[in-house]
Design a protein around this ligand. Structure first.
Ligand SMILES: [Zn+2]
Length: 256
């Protein structure tokens, strides 16, 4: 009888301890979850999870919805510089490649965040209120970010914004740009070329004022005071690598 009581006592003790332990674990998990949520609240401006859109490769969307203010500022810019009452690209004819001039993804995002051109951009803010805008941004590891809808006009290349799609690369010099960026640019270009048969030209921003090149036939500048400046991005080396890669891997050759 005594032995039986002892056994019951131990059984109750073991069961009680187990139950307390389970509760302790559950509590610690709950607290940990709550704590991490408090420390890192979700930020709407942070990139969302990569999604496979119609691109056929992962693209992270940065833009949920274009503000009506941005559309109107873009329209205002187009009326002034292209004599077109629209914020949309009517016929996409060319792809222009750039680098951002800053070395991190975060700094690059910051350039495009606002709808209005910053006050410190005194070189260009007298010629339109809309901020700089591009369609795709490629990080150094080749990750692709969608910044503007493909059919919306972005302010990135004087004289050609109304008919061009822009790809920006995070970086400050052509020798700093990576092979992953070359490959990602080629993927985007192949996708755009397949989707829009009207795209026949591809050039770097540093080539945009070259009157010897065929794309210059499309140059349009209604405001005679808006003097286009020579640009250095993305550089001869990057464009050579990109054109070679497009030909080799995709059998694609555009006019420049
Ligand atoms: Zn540029």
């Amino acid at each position: 009888m005594k032995k039986y009581h002892l056994f019951l006592f131990f059984l109750i003790l073991v069961l009680t301890c187990k139950s307390v332990n389970t509760e302790a674990i559950n509590n610690s998990f709950y607290e940990e979850t709550t704590f991490s949520e408090e420390v890192e609240p979700s930020k709407p401006s942070e990139p969302v999870e990569p999604v496979l859109l119609e691109f056929g490769f992962p693209v992270v969307s940065q833009v949920v919805e274009i503000s009506s203010r941005r559309k109107e500022l873009t329209r205002e810019y187009c009326i002034r510089h292209y004599n077109r009452n629209s914020y949309l690209i009517e016929v996409p004819r060319m792809i222009v490649i750039h680098y951002t001039g800053v070395s991190s993804l975060g700094e690059s995002f910051a350039i495009y965040r606002d709808d209005i051109i910053p006050a410190e951009r005194t070189d260009i803010n007298g010629f339109g209120r809309v901020n700089i805008g591009v369609h795709f941004l490629v990080d150094k590891d080749g990750s692709v970010y969608s910044m503007l809808p493909e059919n919306m006009i972005g302010r990135h290349t004087v004289g050609f914004n109304h008919l061009s799609i822009a790809i920006e690369n995070v970086g400050v010099a052509d020798y700093e740009l990576t092979s992953q960026q070359v490959e990602a640019n080629a993927r985007i270009i192949s996708y755009l070329g397949g989707k829009y048969p009207t795209i026949r030209f591809l050039f770097g921003h540093h080539e945009y004022l070259d009157k010897e090149k065929a794309h210059f036939l499309y140059f349009k500048a209604e405001d005679p005071f808006y003097k286009p400046r020579p640009m250095a991005d993305p550089g001869v080396l990057f464009m050579k690598n990109l054109r070679d890669y497009l030909l080799q891997e995709y059998n694609l050759k555009f006019i420049d």
